[in-house]
Design a binder for this molecule. Structure first.
Ligand code: KIV
Length: 284
């Protein structure tokens, strides 16, 4: 069957029909191509970029320009997946106008299909404004890494009934504000299930249990490229870092031993030309 570009309608149909949605992050052209080729429904150019690619301590320092630069590369590698640009800290908190302008940059400059922003009550007005401008918005509740200092660290959210009800309440408000789906990060399975049951739009979980309508992971985590720390909710499907390190060490050893490049990696000229060169060399 001919593959088609994934749309919000496809994502909503998946929820209705009980088929799971798959989402992974990507930050550059080669990874976007692989994720797209694997048939993943949606690619998120996450602001996790700051930690897993740019080497920052958190996602807070990531700028709009950095996000746009990477989102453009991901766009070039993505044919079918639904592409979401993650709005970085302070790109939507200052004013509605600022938020709409920055969301617009993801669409106009990077060719994204939607944007994601973190938070509940505090982003409802901004969410409505962005949606009214014709830009689809993906919500994000639970553990919201941009406000990690307010949350007191990377901790599971919604652990008691009151906190869980608050997450549900915020999710319903985000849905009403026009979000086409909501990411739930680091909440107990029961909270993932509760919110998934009550929302008409899909939930996409990361550390939110198997009841969510979809799952998202940071690609560098799940391919074992980022091992500074591995959160409990991450499954490493392949361990790339040790395989890459092994290759790098072999290259160093072979160059130092004069084994690389061998004849199979080198170019030669025809024997008669080589002969001429020798003559010329002798004549020098
Ligand atoms: O920035 C990111 O990668 C994210 C995902 C963890 C959902 O927000």
């Amino acid at each position: 069957m001919e593959r088609k570009k994934i749309t919000i309608t496809d994502l909503h149909a998946k929820k209705r029909e009980g088929r799971k949605i798959t989402m992974l992050t990507a930050y550059d052209y080669p990874m976007a191509r692989l994720v797209d080729e694997a048939g993943i429904d949606s690619i998120l150019v996450g602001d996790s970029l700051g930690m897993v690619v740019l080497g920052y301590e958190s996602t807070v320092p990531v700028t709009m320009d950095e996000m746009i630069h990477h989102a453009k590369a991901v766009r070039r590698g993505t044919k079918y997946a639904f592409l979401v640009g993650d709005m970085p800290f302070m790109s939507y908190q200052v004013s509605k106008e600022d938020a709409v302008r920055n969301a617009g940059r993801f669409m106009k400059e990077a060719g994204c299909d939607a944007v994601k922003l973190e938070g509940g009550d505090e982003v409802l007005e901004v969410t409505k404004a962005i949606v009214d401008a014709g830009i689809p918005v993906l919500g994000h509740l639970g553990l919201t890494p941009q406000t990690i200092s307010k949350l007191g660290g990377y901790k599971v959210q919604g652990k008691d009934a009151e906190a869980a009800k608050k997450i549900l309440d915020q999710a319903l408000k985000l849905e009403k504000a026009g979000c086409f789906a909501v990411v739930l990060e680091c909440v107990p399975d029961e909270v993932g299930q509760l919110v998934t049951d009550k929302l008409k739009v899909p939930t996409i979980g990361i550390g939110a249990g198997s009841s969510c309508d979809g799952q998202v992971l940071v690609v560098n985590d799940m391919v074992g490229l980022f091992d500074r720390f591995v959160p409990k909710f991450v499954k490493q499907y392949v361990k790339l870092a040790p395989a890459i390190l092994d290759g790098l060490k072999k290259f160093k050893a072979e160059v130092e031993a004069g084994l690389f490049p061998g004849p199979e990696h080198s170019f030669a000229i025809k024997a008669e030309e080589a002969k001429k060169l020798k003559v010329q060399e002798v004549r020098k």
